[in-house]
Design a protein around this ligand. Structure first.
Ligand SMILES: *Cc1c(COP(=O)(O)O)cnc(C)c1O
Length: 435
Protein backbone atom coordinates (compact mmCIF):
# COMPACT_ATOMS: atom_id res chain seq x y z
CA UNK A 1 0.00 0.00 0.00
CA UNK A 2 1.33 3.41 -0.99
CA UNK A 3 0.50 6.66 0.78
CA UNK A 4 -0.15 9.76 -1.28
CA UNK A 5 -0.24 13.43 -0.34
CA UNK A 6 -3.59 15.19 -0.79
CA UNK A 7 -1.80 18.03 -2.64
CA UNK A 8 0.37 16.21 -5.18
CA UNK A 9 0.50 12.75 -6.51
CA UNK A 10 3.65 12.07 -4.54
CA UNK A 11 3.82 8.57 -3.11
CA UNK A 12 5.68 7.11 -0.17
CA UNK A 13 5.39 4.13 2.18
CA UNK A 14 3.58 3.97 5.52
CA UNK A 15 6.81 4.21 7.51
CA UNK A 16 7.75 7.56 5.98
CA UNK A 17 4.15 8.80 6.14
CA UNK A 18 4.05 8.12 9.89
CA UNK A 19 7.54 9.40 10.72
CA UNK A 20 7.06 12.60 8.72
CA UNK A 21 3.45 13.36 9.67
CA UNK A 22 2.98 16.07 7.06
CA UNK A 23 3.98 15.61 3.40
CA UNK A 24 6.73 17.87 2.00
CA UNK A 25 4.18 19.71 -0.13
CA UNK A 26 2.11 20.59 2.96
CA UNK A 27 -0.58 18.00 2.13
CA UNK A 28 -1.84 15.16 4.30
CA UNK A 29 -1.05 11.53 3.63
CA UNK A 30 -3.86 9.27 2.43
CA UNK A 31 -3.77 5.60 1.50
CA UNK A 32 -3.65 5.21 -2.27
CA UNK A 33 -6.96 3.32 -2.08
CA UNK A 34 -9.23 2.23 0.78
CA UNK A 35 -8.78 -1.51 1.31
CA UNK A 36 -11.83 -3.82 1.38
CA UNK A 37 -12.58 -6.41 4.03
CA UNK A 38 -14.13 -9.67 2.85
CA UNK A 39 -17.64 -10.94 3.59
CA UNK A 40 -16.30 -13.59 5.95
CA UNK A 41 -14.92 -10.84 8.19
CA UNK A 42 -18.30 -9.12 8.32
CA UNK A 43 -20.24 -12.33 8.97
CA UNK A 44 -17.92 -13.13 11.84
CA UNK A 45 -17.84 -9.58 13.24
CA UNK A 46 -20.09 -10.13 16.29
CA UNK A 47 -17.75 -12.90 17.45
CA UNK A 48 -14.59 -10.80 17.29
CA UNK A 49 -12.98 -8.90 20.15
CA UNK A 50 -12.03 -5.24 19.86
CA UNK A 51 -8.37 -6.29 19.63
CA UNK A 52 -9.06 -8.83 16.87
CA UNK A 53 -10.95 -6.20 14.90
CA UNK A 54 -8.14 -3.69 15.43
CA UNK A 55 -5.58 -6.16 14.13
CA UNK A 56 -7.55 -7.05 10.99
CA UNK A 57 -8.30 -3.44 10.10
CA UNK A 58 -4.77 -2.17 10.84
CA UNK A 59 -3.25 -5.01 8.82
CA UNK A 60 -5.08 -3.78 5.72
CA UNK A 61 -3.43 -0.37 6.03
CA UNK A 62 0.02 -1.52 7.13
CA UNK A 63 0.50 -4.57 4.92
CA UNK A 64 3.95 -6.11 5.15
CA UNK A 65 5.57 -3.10 6.81
CA UNK A 66 5.25 -4.82 10.19
CA UNK A 67 5.08 -8.49 11.21
CA UNK A 68 1.76 -9.92 12.43
CA UNK A 69 3.35 -10.66 15.76
CA UNK A 70 4.59 -7.10 16.34
CA UNK A 71 1.32 -5.60 15.15
CA UNK A 72 -0.72 -7.84 17.49
CA UNK A 73 1.44 -6.83 20.40
CA UNK A 74 1.01 -3.12 19.61
CA UNK A 75 -2.77 -3.42 19.15
CA UNK A 76 -3.16 -5.29 22.44
CA UNK A 77 -1.21 -2.57 24.24
CA UNK A 78 -3.09 0.30 22.59
CA UNK A 79 -6.57 -1.15 23.15
CA UNK A 80 -6.18 -2.18 26.76
CA UNK A 81 -9.37 -0.42 27.84
CA UNK A 82 -13.06 -0.92 27.13
CA UNK A 83 -15.13 0.87 24.50
CA UNK A 84 -18.69 -0.05 25.49
CA UNK A 85 -21.85 0.95 23.59
CA UNK A 86 -24.14 2.06 26.43
CA UNK A 87 -27.89 2.13 25.88
CA UNK A 88 -29.32 5.57 26.69
CA UNK A 89 -32.83 5.08 25.33
CA UNK A 90 -34.70 2.75 22.98
CA UNK A 91 -32.87 3.94 19.88
CA UNK A 92 -29.87 5.85 21.19
CA UNK A 93 -26.54 4.41 22.26
CA UNK A 94 -23.44 6.18 23.57
CA UNK A 95 -20.17 4.70 22.36
CA UNK A 96 -17.91 5.56 25.28
CA UNK A 97 -14.50 6.29 23.86
CA UNK A 98 -13.15 7.79 27.07
CA UNK A 99 -11.96 4.83 29.15
CA UNK A 100 -8.28 5.30 28.23
CA UNK A 101 -5.57 6.76 30.47
CA UNK A 102 -6.41 10.48 29.91
CA UNK A 103 -10.17 9.86 29.55
CA UNK A 104 -10.61 11.37 26.08
CA UNK A 105 -10.97 9.57 22.75
CA UNK A 106 -7.65 11.01 21.61
CA UNK A 107 -5.99 8.25 23.64
CA UNK A 108 -6.87 5.74 20.92
CA UNK A 109 -5.07 7.62 18.15
CA UNK A 110 -2.18 8.93 20.22
CA UNK A 111 -1.30 5.54 21.73
CA UNK A 112 -1.25 3.88 18.32
CA UNK A 113 0.80 6.68 16.77
CA UNK A 114 3.36 6.59 19.59
CA UNK A 115 3.93 2.88 19.24
CA UNK A 116 4.09 2.94 15.44
CA UNK A 117 6.60 5.82 15.52
CA UNK A 118 8.73 4.01 18.02
CA UNK A 119 8.57 0.80 15.94
CA UNK A 120 9.46 2.50 12.67
CA UNK A 121 12.21 4.67 14.16
CA UNK A 122 13.92 1.46 15.26
CA UNK A 123 15.07 2.89 18.58
CA UNK A 124 16.90 5.82 16.90
CA UNK A 125 16.69 8.92 19.13
CA UNK A 126 13.87 11.22 18.08
CA UNK A 127 12.30 14.44 19.33
CA UNK A 128 8.54 14.73 19.07
CA UNK A 129 7.11 18.26 19.06
CA UNK A 130 3.44 18.86 19.91
CA UNK A 131 1.53 22.10 20.36
CA UNK A 132 -1.68 21.69 22.32
CA UNK A 133 -4.69 23.60 23.52
CA UNK A 134 -5.43 20.86 26.04
CA UNK A 135 -6.51 17.29 25.31
CA UNK A 136 -4.19 16.35 22.48
CA UNK A 137 -1.09 17.10 24.51
CA UNK A 138 -2.03 14.85 27.40
CA UNK A 139 -3.01 11.94 25.16
CA UNK A 140 0.28 12.33 23.25
CA UNK A 141 2.26 12.55 26.52
CA UNK A 142 0.55 9.46 27.87
CA UNK A 143 1.08 7.59 24.59
CA UNK A 144 4.82 8.31 24.46
CA UNK A 145 5.57 8.14 28.18
CA UNK A 146 8.49 5.80 28.80
CA UNK A 147 8.98 4.97 25.09
CA UNK A 148 12.70 4.32 24.53
CA UNK A 149 14.66 6.85 22.48
CA UNK A 150 11.83 9.36 22.14
CA UNK A 151 11.81 12.76 23.84
CA UNK A 152 8.51 14.65 23.76
CA UNK A 153 8.19 18.45 23.98
CA UNK A 154 4.71 19.76 24.61
CA UNK A 155 4.07 23.45 24.00
CA UNK A 156 0.98 24.79 25.76
CA UNK A 157 -0.37 28.30 26.35
CA UNK A 158 0.20 29.57 29.90
CA UNK A 159 -3.05 30.17 31.79
CA UNK A 160 -5.22 29.00 28.89
CA UNK A 161 -5.79 25.35 29.75
CA UNK A 162 -7.94 24.11 32.62
CA UNK A 163 -6.19 23.24 35.93
CA UNK A 164 -6.77 19.52 35.37
CA UNK A 165 -5.58 19.71 31.76
CA UNK A 166 -2.41 21.46 32.94
CA UNK A 167 -1.73 18.68 35.44
CA UNK A 168 -2.25 16.13 32.68
CA UNK A 169 0.42 17.93 30.62
CA UNK A 170 3.03 18.76 33.24
CA UNK A 171 3.27 15.91 35.73
CA UNK A 172 4.77 13.10 33.66
CA UNK A 173 8.52 13.67 34.06
CA UNK A 174 10.90 11.25 32.33
CA UNK A 175 10.90 11.69 28.57
CA UNK A 176 8.01 14.20 28.57
CA UNK A 177 8.87 17.92 28.83
CA UNK A 178 6.19 20.59 29.19
CA UNK A 179 7.02 24.02 27.71
CA UNK A 180 4.73 26.67 29.15
CA UNK A 181 4.50 29.45 26.58
CA UNK A 182 3.40 32.93 27.61
CA UNK A 183 1.10 33.32 24.61
CA UNK A 184 -1.87 31.77 22.83
CA UNK A 185 -2.41 28.33 21.31
CA UNK A 186 -1.71 29.87 17.90
CA UNK A 187 1.67 31.09 19.20
CA UNK A 188 2.45 27.55 20.38
CA UNK A 189 1.51 26.12 17.01
CA UNK A 190 3.62 28.72 15.18
CA UNK A 191 6.63 27.93 17.42
CA UNK A 192 6.18 24.20 16.80
CA UNK A 193 6.17 24.80 13.05
CA UNK A 194 9.34 26.91 13.30
CA UNK A 195 11.08 24.20 15.31
CA UNK A 196 10.10 21.50 12.83
CA UNK A 197 11.34 23.48 9.83
CA UNK A 198 14.55 24.87 11.40
CA UNK A 199 17.58 23.71 9.44
CA UNK A 200 20.04 23.63 12.33
CA UNK A 201 17.70 21.67 14.59
CA UNK A 202 16.94 19.23 11.80
CA UNK A 203 20.67 18.63 11.30
CA UNK A 204 21.19 17.93 14.97
CA UNK A 205 18.10 15.84 15.68
CA UNK A 206 15.43 13.69 14.10
CA UNK A 207 12.34 15.83 14.64
CA UNK A 208 8.71 14.94 14.10
CA UNK A 209 5.32 16.36 14.89
CA UNK A 210 2.57 14.63 16.82
CA UNK A 211 -0.43 16.68 15.82
CA UNK A 212 -3.72 15.42 14.54
CA UNK A 213 -2.74 15.27 10.89
CA UNK A 214 -0.65 12.11 11.28
CA UNK A 215 -2.23 9.17 9.41
CA UNK A 216 -1.28 6.94 12.37
CA UNK A 217 -3.88 8.71 14.48
CA UNK A 218 -6.61 8.16 11.94
CA UNK A 219 -6.22 4.43 11.26
CA UNK A 220 -7.02 3.23 14.82
CA UNK A 221 -10.01 5.56 15.06
CA UNK A 222 -11.73 3.44 12.44
CA UNK A 223 -11.55 0.33 14.66
CA UNK A 224 -14.34 1.36 17.00
CA UNK A 225 -16.90 1.89 14.25
CA UNK A 226 -16.56 -1.84 13.48
CA UNK A 227 -16.61 -2.60 17.20
CA UNK A 228 -19.87 -0.67 17.62
CA UNK A 229 -21.39 -2.84 14.89
CA UNK A 230 -20.09 -5.98 16.57
CA UNK A 231 -22.04 -4.91 19.68
CA UNK A 232 -25.19 -3.55 18.00
CA UNK A 233 -25.68 -5.63 14.86
CA UNK A 234 -28.07 -7.88 16.79
CA UNK A 235 -30.62 -5.04 16.87
CA UNK A 236 -31.04 -5.56 13.11
CA UNK A 237 -31.60 -1.88 12.42
CA UNK A 238 -29.79 0.66 10.28
CA UNK A 239 -27.03 2.35 12.27
CA UNK A 240 -26.29 6.07 12.18
CA UNK A 241 -23.21 7.60 13.84
CA UNK A 242 -23.23 11.14 15.17
CA UNK A 243 -19.68 12.42 15.49
CA UNK A 244 -18.90 15.56 17.53
CA UNK A 245 -16.40 17.19 15.21
CA UNK A 246 -13.61 19.75 15.33
CA UNK A 247 -10.75 18.78 13.05
CA UNK A 248 -12.89 15.97 11.57
CA UNK A 249 -10.34 13.21 12.15
CA UNK A 250 -12.89 11.08 13.99
CA UNK A 251 -15.45 11.43 11.20
CA UNK A 252 -12.86 10.78 8.47
CA UNK A 253 -11.95 7.52 10.22
CA UNK A 254 -15.65 6.58 10.13
CA UNK A 255 -15.70 7.24 6.39
CA UNK A 256 -12.72 4.89 6.05
CA UNK A 257 -14.70 2.19 7.90
CA UNK A 258 -17.69 2.61 5.59
CA UNK A 259 -15.50 2.50 2.47
CA UNK A 260 -13.92 -0.70 3.81
CA UNK A 261 -17.39 -2.24 3.60
CA UNK A 262 -19.02 -1.53 6.97
CA UNK A 263 -22.73 -0.90 6.21
CA UNK A 264 -23.09 2.40 8.11
CA UNK A 265 -26.48 3.88 7.19
CA UNK A 266 -25.50 7.54 7.58
CA UNK A 267 -23.23 10.00 9.41
CA UNK A 268 -24.11 13.13 11.30
CA UNK A 269 -21.27 15.65 11.54
CA UNK A 270 -22.27 17.55 14.69
CA UNK A 271 -20.50 20.80 15.49
CA UNK A 272 -20.75 23.66 17.95
CA UNK A 273 -20.92 27.20 16.58
CA UNK A 274 -17.74 26.60 14.63
CA UNK A 275 -19.81 25.68 11.62
CA UNK A 276 -17.63 25.75 8.49
CA UNK A 277 -18.57 22.19 7.51
CA UNK A 278 -22.35 22.50 8.05
CA UNK A 279 -22.16 25.72 6.05
CA UNK A 280 -20.18 24.01 3.32
CA UNK A 281 -22.81 21.27 2.98
CA UNK A 282 -25.54 23.90 2.85
CA UNK A 283 -23.94 26.28 0.35
CA UNK A 284 -21.21 24.28 -1.40
CA UNK A 285 -18.65 26.92 -0.39
CA UNK A 286 -15.88 26.17 2.06
CA UNK A 287 -14.88 29.26 4.01
CA UNK A 288 -12.58 28.94 6.99
CA UNK A 289 -13.19 31.34 9.86
CA UNK A 290 -11.42 32.35 13.08
CA UNK A 291 -12.44 29.88 15.78
CA UNK A 292 -15.08 30.82 18.37
CA UNK A 293 -14.81 29.80 22.00
CA UNK A 294 -17.54 27.42 23.22
CA UNK A 295 -18.18 25.01 26.11
CA UNK A 296 -17.25 22.08 23.83
CA UNK A 297 -13.81 23.60 23.39
CA UNK A 298 -12.03 20.61 21.86
CA UNK A 299 -14.14 21.35 18.78
CA UNK A 300 -13.35 25.06 18.56
CA UNK A 301 -11.78 24.81 15.12
CA UNK A 302 -12.29 27.31 12.33
CA UNK A 303 -10.33 25.50 9.63
CA UNK A 304 -10.59 21.74 10.16
CA UNK A 305 -7.36 20.05 9.11
CA UNK A 306 -8.98 16.82 7.91
CA UNK A 307 -11.32 18.61 5.51
CA UNK A 308 -8.60 18.11 2.92
CA UNK A 309 -8.80 14.36 3.45
CA UNK A 310 -12.60 14.32 3.21
CA UNK A 311 -12.43 16.29 -0.03
CA UNK A 312 -10.11 13.70 -1.51
CA UNK A 313 -12.41 10.84 -0.39
CA UNK A 314 -15.37 12.56 -2.08
CA UNK A 315 -13.47 13.69 -5.17
CA UNK A 316 -14.08 17.29 -4.21
CA UNK A 317 -17.78 16.92 -5.03
CA UNK A 318 -20.26 18.35 -2.50
CA UNK A 319 -23.08 16.12 -3.75
CA UNK A 320 -20.93 13.09 -2.83
CA UNK A 321 -20.51 14.50 0.70
CA UNK A 322 -24.26 14.91 0.98
CA UNK A 323 -24.95 11.27 0.17
CA UNK A 324 -23.15 10.19 3.36
CA UNK A 325 -23.31 13.08 5.80
CA UNK A 326 -25.83 15.46 7.33
CA UNK A 327 -24.23 18.25 9.31
CA UNK A 328 -25.69 20.50 11.99
CA UNK A 329 -24.32 23.21 14.24
CA UNK A 330 -25.55 23.85 17.81
CA UNK A 331 -25.25 26.74 20.27
CA UNK A 332 -23.93 26.43 23.81
CA UNK A 333 -27.47 27.06 25.05
CA UNK A 334 -28.84 24.09 23.11
CA UNK A 335 -25.91 21.97 24.29
CA UNK A 336 -26.61 22.77 27.94
CA UNK A 337 -30.30 21.98 27.52
CA UNK A 338 -29.45 18.63 25.95
CA UNK A 339 -27.19 17.76 28.90
CA UNK A 340 -30.01 18.58 31.33
CA UNK A 341 -32.62 16.70 29.31
CA UNK A 342 -30.55 13.52 28.98
CA UNK A 343 -29.75 13.59 32.69
CA UNK A 344 -33.40 14.09 33.63
CA UNK A 345 -35.01 11.69 31.15
CA UNK A 346 -32.40 8.91 31.01
CA UNK A 347 -30.14 9.50 34.02
CA UNK A 348 -27.05 9.62 31.81
CA UNK A 349 -24.39 12.31 32.12
CA UNK A 350 -23.09 13.64 28.82
CA UNK A 351 -20.03 15.84 28.51
CA UNK A 352 -20.54 18.94 26.31
CA UNK A 353 -19.04 17.22 23.22
CA UNK A 354 -21.24 14.16 23.55
CA UNK A 355 -24.22 16.48 24.05
CA UNK A 356 -23.53 18.11 20.67
CA UNK A 357 -23.52 14.62 19.13
CA UNK A 358 -26.83 13.83 20.88
CA UNK A 359 -28.39 16.96 19.37
CA UNK A 360 -27.19 15.83 15.94
CA UNK A 361 -29.20 12.60 16.28
CA UNK A 362 -32.28 14.54 17.38
CA UNK A 363 -31.94 16.88 14.41
CA UNK A 364 -31.62 13.96 12.00
CA UNK A 365 -34.77 12.34 13.39
CA UNK A 366 -36.67 15.54 12.76
CA UNK A 367 -35.24 16.12 9.31
CA UNK A 368 -37.42 13.43 7.63
CA UNK A 369 -35.03 13.10 4.75
CA UNK A 370 -35.89 10.38 2.24
CA UNK A 371 -32.25 9.27 2.44
CA UNK A 372 -32.83 8.15 6.03
CA UNK A 373 -34.64 5.03 7.24
CA UNK A 374 -36.68 6.42 10.14
CA UNK A 375 -36.24 3.30 12.24
CA UNK A 376 -32.52 3.82 12.76
CA UNK A 377 -30.39 3.26 15.84
CA UNK A 378 -28.37 6.39 16.60
CA UNK A 379 -24.91 5.99 18.07
CA UNK A 380 -23.36 9.12 19.53
CA UNK A 381 -19.61 9.09 19.98
CA UNK A 382 -18.96 10.16 23.57
CA UNK A 383 -15.46 11.57 23.19
CA UNK A 384 -14.63 12.65 26.76
CA UNK A 385 -15.54 11.69 30.30
CA UNK A 386 -17.79 14.39 31.81
CA UNK A 387 -15.33 14.85 34.69
CA UNK A 388 -12.80 16.28 32.19
CA UNK A 389 -15.15 19.25 31.93
CA UNK A 390 -16.19 19.25 35.56
CA UNK A 391 -16.68 23.05 35.85
CA UNK A 392 -19.13 23.19 32.92
CA UNK A 393 -20.94 19.95 33.74
CA UNK A 394 -21.52 20.80 37.41
CA UNK A 395 -22.68 24.29 36.51
CA UNK A 396 -25.16 22.97 33.92
CA UNK A 397 -26.51 20.02 35.90
CA UNK A 398 -26.46 21.84 39.26
CA UNK A 399 -24.99 18.84 40.97
CA UNK A 400 -21.59 17.45 41.87
CA UNK A 401 -20.13 14.75 39.70
CA UNK A 402 -17.69 12.12 40.75
CA UNK A 403 -14.08 12.51 39.63
CA UNK A 404 -12.63 9.11 38.61
CA UNK A 405 -9.48 8.01 40.40
CA UNK A 406 -7.56 8.09 37.09
CA UNK A 407 -8.10 11.86 36.84
CA UNK A 408 -7.76 12.54 40.57
CA UNK A 409 -4.30 10.95 40.43
CA UNK A 410 -3.10 13.74 38.10
CA UNK A 411 -4.36 16.39 40.50
CA UNK A 412 -2.20 14.98 43.27
CA UNK A 413 1.02 15.12 41.28
CA UNK A 414 3.41 18.06 41.11
CA UNK A 415 3.51 20.37 38.09
CA UNK A 416 6.87 20.66 36.29
CA UNK A 417 7.21 23.00 33.33
CA UNK A 418 9.80 25.27 31.72
CA UNK A 419 8.47 28.77 30.99
CA UNK A 420 9.18 30.69 27.81
CA UNK A 421 8.08 33.95 26.24
CA UNK A 422 6.91 33.67 22.62
CA UNK A 423 10.52 33.62 21.42
CA UNK A 424 11.73 31.01 18.98
CA UNK A 425 15.45 31.54 19.73
CA UNK A 426 14.90 30.90 23.44
CA UNK A 427 13.03 27.65 22.75
CA UNK A 428 15.62 26.61 20.18
CA UNK A 429 18.52 27.18 22.60
CA UNK A 430 16.72 25.11 25.18
CA UNK A 431 16.29 22.21 22.75
CA UNK A 432 19.98 22.38 21.77
CA UNK A 433 21.28 22.35 25.33
CA UNK A 434 18.87 19.49 26.11
CA UNK A 435 21.42 17.17 24.28
C1 LIG B 1 -10.57 16.38 19.69
C2 LIG B 1 -11.91 16.19 20.26
C3 LIG B 1 -13.07 16.21 19.45
C4 LIG B 1 -13.02 16.48 17.96
O1 LIG B 1 -12.45 15.43 17.24
P1 LIG B 1 -11.97 15.67 15.74
O2 LIG B 1 -11.38 14.39 15.30
O3 LIG B 1 -10.93 16.78 15.81
O4 LIG B 1 -13.14 16.10 14.94
C5 LIG B 1 -14.30 15.98 20.06
N1 LIG B 1 -14.40 15.78 21.38
C6 LIG B 1 -13.32 15.77 22.20
C7 LIG B 1 -13.50 15.57 23.65
C8 LIG B 1 -12.03 15.96 21.66
O5 LIG B 1 -10.98 15.95 22.48
Amino acid sequence: MKYISTRQKQATNIKTAILKGLADDGGLFMPEYIPQLDSEFFENLPNLSLQEIGFRVAKEFLGESISDENLKEIIDEVLNFEIPAIKISENIYSLELFHGPTMAFKDVGARFMARMMSYFSGGKPMKVIAATSGDTGSAVASGFFGVQGIEVYILYPKGKVSPLQEKQLTTWGGNIKALEIDGTFDDCQALAKQILSDEELNQKFTLTSANSINIARLIPQSFYYFWAFAQLQKLKKPIVFSVPSGNFGNLTAGLFAKKMGLPIHHFVASTNENDVVPKFLETGNYESKPSKQTISNAMDVGNPSNFERMKSLFNNDVSEFKKEIESYSFSDEATKKAMQEVKKDFNYTLDPHGAVAYLGLQALRQAQSDKINEDFVGVLLETAHPAKFVEVVEDVLKEQIEIPEKLEAFNKREKKSVEFPVDFEAVKNYLIQEK
